[in-house]
Design a protein around this ligand. Structure first.
Ligand SMILES: Nc1ncnc2c1ncn2[C@@H]1O[C@H](COP(=O)(O)OP(=O)(O)O)[C@@H](O)[C@H]1O
Ligand SMILES: [Mg+2]
Length: 276
């Protein structure tokens, strides 16, 4: 392809991305410094916390090398293309797209940053998201190419940073806050996940990873603290079965925590809207 053709292709893609995001009211990036802290769990449950409130929602799995969203939603099908457009999956009333639907189960994706960014661009340029109230991007851990691309192309208006209470996670979450600031994501909120465990036998609260680290971090950096989510066996079991806890057990503690987080984000948007 000539340089001219390449430039034209790039410009056309940028135009399609602009068109996609112009139809999505709010775009949220969920990320963290560390892996395994619950980003995908938060992304999925937040998506349905909005969805049950009658908002139209979508979830974009921006973890290209470790895509877990389809597993947590029990989606096994392959993507459908229509006139060069990709039709997102619809699961439990929300739209979803993931790299996992493009590869065979268990197959590794050994791609450098630019390739991963290319896929994210395609997820924005060529997927028929339609009109949405919320699009939530579930990111891989760290401050790599994926978050850079999401920030540049999807232009999130809110960064949800997930941490667990222990220090190694909080230190990495600090990096994530600074990254969100550098990337000029206008609003930042912290979720403390795996915050305490209620013993099913004696009901005592055991702080396996400690507690309060996320709230302190939010205060230190003057960002919104969105809430704490306890360690909960059903959350893990249901997520392995592809069923978000917020839909299966809407009145449990974890679901209540997710609802409160989504409400805080909605209230934040209302205020931001009034002020602008
Ligand atoms: N609050 C929680 N209670 C129990 N298990 C959880 C909780 N949050 C996440 N998990 C489990 O921990 C594992 C890692 O979570 P995941 O959302 O995949 O993290 P990440 O996307 O940050 O790598 C998953 O098996 C998930 O079900
Ligand atoms: Mg994940």
């Amino acid at each position: 392809m000539s340089e001219y053709d390449q430039k034209q292709k790039f410009e056309e893609e940028q135009k399609r991305i602009t068109e996609t995001i112009s139809k999505i009211k709010h775009r949220i990036a969920v990320f963290s410094g560390k892996g395994g802290v619950g980003k995908t769990t938060v992304s999925v449950n937040l998506t349905y916390a909005f969805q049950v409130e009658e908002f139209s929602t979508g979830i974009l799995d921006a973890d290209i090398t470790g895509p877990n969203v389809p597993k947590m939603l029990n989606v096994n099908s392959e993507l459908i293309y229509l006139d060069e457009r990709i039709i997102p999956f619809e699961k439990y009333g929300a739209k979803m797209i993931s790299m996992a639907s493009l590869i065979k189960h268990g197959q590794p994706i050994i791609w450098r940053g630019p390739m991963r960014s290319k896929v994210i661009n395609q997820f924005l340029a060529d997927v028929d998201w339609g009109e949405l109230d919320f699009l939530i991007a579930d990111l891989p851990p760290g401050t790599g190419d994926e978050i850079l691309t999401i920030a540049q192309e999807m232009k999130p208006d809110y960064a949800v940073i997930v941490t667990t209470p222990q220090e190694v996670s909080v230190i990495d979450a600090e990096r994530a806050i600074n990254m969100a600031r550098k990337l000029k994501i206008p609003s930042i909120g912290i979720v403390e996940n795996m915050s305490g465990f209620v013993c099913p036998h004696c009901n005592a609260i055991v702080d396996i990873f400690g507690s309060g680290g996320g709230e302190k971090l939010a205060a230190d950096y003057d960002v919104q603290f969105l809430g704490s989510i306890p360690i909960d066996i059903d959350t893990r079991i249901l997520s392995d079965k592809g069923k978000p806890i917020i839909l299966e057990k809407p009145n449990c503690e974890v679901s209540k925590a997710f609802k409160s987080i989504s409400e805080l984000i909605s209230i934040h948007y209302e205020h931001a809207f009034v002020l602008t």
